[in-house]
Ligand binder design. Structure first.
Ligand SMILES: Nc1ccn([C@@H]2O[C@H](COP(=O)(O)OP(=O)(O)OP(=O)(O)O)[C@@H](O)[C@H]2O)c(=O)n1
Ligand SMILES: C[C@](O)(CO)[C@H](O)COP(=O)(O)O
Length: 376
């Protein structure tokens, strides 16, 4: 086995405060903890990823997904790291990257630099130089300090596994970071260049900084979809995946779910990936009578493959009848289930066209949809 990661997440986030520890708060659509994990997952060959949690948080662990191992931490950061290291003993781990969950935006390049430096050193850690002048004092300056040779330490701090485990076992469990533990054991630690994006969320203001950082890199795409189906003889319609009793049905090659078709086309549109007709040609008998969730899950899957997360969906149905209001929540829930987002990210609403036009004459139903896709 090669490189493992330990993400320490057993802190209480007291400096941020609030009812929920900072690692469980949302940061741009994912929890801080999940973002930290995903940063290491994205590298590809780091396994296992061990997340160290406070005993009180173990009930939250399933929400992290089944791609991590969970270990119970201790009362200090160093004790939590030690618990993570102990869980990896005897498993053939050669090098280990120890990272704060509170640094969820660590760039892959920083992880790469730490790993590269480890090829020639017992330990390696990212850091940035100090660019501000340094003072002593409380409310007035009582002294100054030369900043030459000072560094602002970041994580992940990487080490050869056996020496850092031995170093932690020999230490008293109070060290602020793993470089201090390594140095106390006589290990050499190389400094590699960190990144301002690798900020540590320590106070509430850091959440705003992290969100700004995320927006800087974010690729946001919007797509629109529009569809129409005509009425025919029948006694129900399927709209946004929900069967609604009606005195007509909708005609179409598939199940004629005009709502799901508009949402599906909006996703293809955001991806600049054609439309339903291109992926599911009406000329192909295979799609005759097809349930439209097949189209929507295909489009959502193509978005996920390209690294996009669906941020929100807004669908408007245009018809005089049937009345959509009583079914709107069920329709939004069905779309949310199909595209795997929280229900509050999906809106289904309706309007009449005031008896004007083909929808007003009840010749058919039209649907419009907008979706937003976000990466990373
Ligand atoms: N007993 C502890 C204490 C801290 N940590 C982790 O060590 C890192 C240190 O960052 P810090 O900002 O100090 O986190 P908290 O300890 O949560 O914050 P605070 O000091 O404000 O309570 C965090 O990832 C934190 O979860 C840990 O795993 N176990
Ligand atoms: C390890 C660390 O991230 C290095 O900067 C930092 O020391 C941990 O956080 P704390 O605020 O010192 O507890």
């Amino acid at each position: 086995m090669g490189t493992a990661a330990i993400i320490v997440a057993a802190g209480r986030g007291t400096r941020v405060g609030g009812p929920v520890a900072k690692q469980w708060r949302d940061l741009g659509g994912r929890s801080v903890a999940r973002r930290a994990i995903d940063a290491f997952r994205a590298v590809g060959d780091i396994a296992p990823i061990v997340v160290v949690l406070a005993a009180d948080d173990l009930g939250t662990a399933p929400a992290l997904g089944d791609d991590v191992e969970i270990v119970t931490g201790g009362g200090t950061r160093a004790e939590s790291v030690r618990a993570g290291l102990e869980s990896l003993e005897g498993r053939g781990v050669e090098t280990v990257l120890i990272h704060d969950v509170a640094r969820p935006l660590v760039p892959a390049a920083v992880i790469g630099r730490v790993r590269a430096a480890l090829e020639q050193a017992d330990g390696a850690a990212p850091a940035l130089t100090v660019s501000d002048a340094l003072w002593y004092g409380t409310d007035r300056v009582t002294g100054t300090r030369d900043r030459t040779g000072l560094w602002r330490a970041q994580t992940p701090q990487g080490f050869r596994f056996a020496p850092i485990l031995a170093a932690h076992r020999a230490h008293d469990g109070t060290a602020p970071d793993d470089v201090a533990v390594a140095r106390a054991a006589g290990l050499e630690v190389a400094i590699v260049t960190g990144d301002e994006a690798n900020l540590k969320i320590t106070t509430e203001a850091d959440f705003a900084r992290a969100e700004k950082e995320l927006r800087g890199d974010m690729d946001v795409r919007t797509g629109t979809g529009f569809d129409v189906h005509a009425f025919a003889e029948g006694d129900y319609v399927i709209l946004c995946g929900v069967k609604v009793p009606h005195d007509r049905t909708l005609k179409g090659h598939s199940d004629a779910d005009v709502g799901l078709h508009a949402v599906t086309d909006a996703i293809y549109g955001a991806l600049a990936d054609g439309d339903i007709g291109r992926h599911f040609p009406p000329s192909d008998p295979k799609w005759k009578g097809a349930a439209s969730h097949v189209f929507l899950t295909h489009a959502a899957g193509r978005a996920a493959e390209r690294g996009y997360r669906l941020s929100n969906v807004d669908c408007t149905l245009v018809c005089e009848r049937p009345k959509i209001g009583p079914h709107a929540a069920a329709m939004a829930g069905e779309i949310a289930r199909l595209v795997k987002v929280a229900p509050e990210r999906v809106s289904v609403k309706a309007t009449t066209s005031e008896t004007l036009g083909f929808t007003g004459r009840e010749e058919g139903i039209a649907a419009l949809a907008t979706v937003t896709l976000v990466a990373p």
